[in-house]
Design a protein around this ligand. Structure first.
Ligand code: FE2
Length: 524
């Protein structure tokens, strides 16, 4: 379309000139140039010049028209761009006149407050957009704009068409005429709701943090790298008698200084802990100091641990008292054990003292039995049981008539039956004594024979308690090698032969071997 229009302007000039020159050439031929510029007629020369310049004029007209069209298009584009920027700006824009009536608002402004343009522009004053109680302030702000030409970030509240109130930030510049009279404003209105909400949240967080900081049950101190106190919590005010702030600061300064001298710069290492007893305050204080960020700042927590230390001391005292009690109990137990052993030994002596013939018998039997048990690697616990059992093995003889023990003649069958009762009598004597319950079986069975022909129960082989079998050998050997009222001592060799002969019948054969080996090695 544009090209047709340009052709319509340019081509007629060229067509006119070309057609005229062709027409003239047909009449004058080669004398055409002379004819065109024949000065005998000035008017004809001028006419010919006009005819010749017609293409230049039409071309110029086309070029001019083209340039104008381009300019207009550019202006339209600029206008559209401007309108777009203005109408769809990310913030509201309005302009008011000297009477505060709206001269213009952009689309964003209308969207923000829910109005149509015709309800605002030329229709209401700007003060009507604000709550009644704020209007006096609005007029003051407007006067400041008129007087000073600028207002910035005024925090105000605008009432939207639906009655809701929106916090806004208003910035404006004034436009004056040549005489300096106020013409209109250029005002930006920004929705401040989110910032206000963030402000409230931050304010709540700050209040919460501050409350927490101040209610901490210990002193907290923030310091910069020069040990200037940036902030302390209220603990120092609440307990000035426990922790004077200056004293605490001095302590921190010293502790951190020592740490820095150790080559550990603030902000590049962990914290440090110092605990000290303040003589003047008579308090135990502990300081935890930690670097904050990389700027050399420190946060120090100062805790009064006096009560904790007192509690620890009480605990230590209680623990020591408990251990002392255990020690006393252990000593008492050892003493009791010693008394127990002495009593057992005294009882054994009392048994042996019933007859001059059995004097020292229990002690010797015990020595033989213990040597055997150790050679057989019996555990310590069993050794202790065997020792007591050996010492008391003949305790049943307490109830045996002395004359039977001292009788030189051979015992009658009835007398022998009486003597044979001493193992079971001994067991009955010991049974009620709980502490000696483990030797009851040993005492009862020390006259049992390996082949089952012994007394009182006729047990055989492994039925006979192991320690009773040991005791039987030790008892028999001592009986054979000691004088008796009815015979002299039979001698060591006789006794060894007798033990060998009776191995497997009277005695446990393996134990006999152990014992004879001990006897021959003179280890008992
Ligand atoms: Fe006996």
């Amino acid at each position: 379309m544009k090209k047709v229009f340009l052709a319509f302007l340019i081509l007629p000039g060229w067509f006119l000139t070309t057609a005229y020159l062709i027409f003239e050439y047909q009449q004058y031929g080669p004398g055409l140039v002379g004819h065109l510029f024949d000065t005998s007629s000035v008017s004809r020369v001028i006419f010919h010049i006009i005819i010749i310049l017609a293409p230049v004029a039409s071309t110029s007209l086309g070029v001019f028209a083209d340039a104008r069209m381009k300019l207009l298009r550019r202006l339209r584009e600029m206008n559209d761009l401007y309108r777009d920027y203005y109408s769809n700006a990310p913030c509201g824009y309005h302009s008011i006149g000297p009477d505060m009536v709206f001269l213009d608002v952009n689309d964003t402004w209308l969207e923000m407050f829910g109005y149509r343009r015709d309800e605002v522009v030329g229709a209401i004053r700007v003060s009507e957009m604000f709550p009644e109680e704020d209007r006096a302030n609005v007029r003051k702000v407007f006067k400041r704009l008129v007087d000073h030409g600028r207002i910035e970030n005024e925090e105000m509240v605008i009432t939207a068409k639906d009655g809701s109130r929106m916090p806004v930030l208003i910035s404006s510049t004034a436009v004056y005429d040549d005489r300096g009279e106020f013409l209109r404003s250029r005002t930006i209105v920004q929705d401040d709701t989110e910032r206000k909400q963030m402000d409230n949240i931050l304010r709540e967080i700050a209040a919460h943090w501050s409350s927490t900081f101040d209610s901490m049950p210990w002193g907290v101190m923030l310091m910069d790298s020069e040990y200037r106190v940036l902030r302390t919590n209220s603990y120092f005010e609440r307990h000035p008698e426990l922790m004077p702030k200056e004293l605490a600061l001095n302590r921190c300064r010293t502790a951190i200084g020592k740490r820095k001298e150790g080559g550990q710069a603030a902000g590049t290492n962990g914290g440090c802990v110092e605990e000290y007893h303040d003589e003047a305050l008579n308090r135990h204080l502990r300081m935890y100091m930690s670097p904050v960020g990389t700027g050399g700042d420190w946060v120090a927590s100062l805790v009064d641990v006096t009560d904790l230390r007192k509690g620890e001391k009480k605990l230590t005292d209680s623990r020591n008292a408990f251990f002392n009690m255990l020690k006393d109990a252990s000593m008492a137990y050892n003493e009791l054990e010693e008394v127990h052993r002495d009593l057992i030994r005294a009882l054994a002596n009392a048994i042996d003292a019933k007859s001059p013939w059995t004097k020292g018998h229990s002690e010797r039997v015990t020595r033989f039995a213990m040597a055997m048990a150790e050679a057989m690697d019996l555990p310590q616990r069993e050794l202790e049981i065997l020792r007591t059992g050996a010492l008391l093995h003949d305790i049943g003889k307490i109830g045996t008539y002395d004359f039977l023990l001292d009788k030189t003649a051979t015992l009658t069958a009835d007398e022998y039956e009486v003597v044979k009762r001493h193992p079971s009598s001994g067991a009955e004597i010991l049974k009620p004594i709980g502490r000696l319950s483990e030797i009851v079986g040993i005492v009862r069975s020390h006259h049992e024979h390996y082949d089952g022909k012994g007394y009182p129960d006729g047990l055989k082989g492994g039925e006979i308690p192991k320690m009773a079998r040991i005791l039987c050998i030790a008892d028999s050997y001592d009986s054979m090698t000691a004088d008796r009222p009815y015979r002299a001592a039979l001698g060591r060799d006789y006794a060894i032969k007798e033990l060998k002969d009776c191995a497997g019948t009277h005695f446990d054969p393996e134990m006999v071997n152990v014992f004879i080996k001990l006897i021959k090695e003179v280890r008992v």
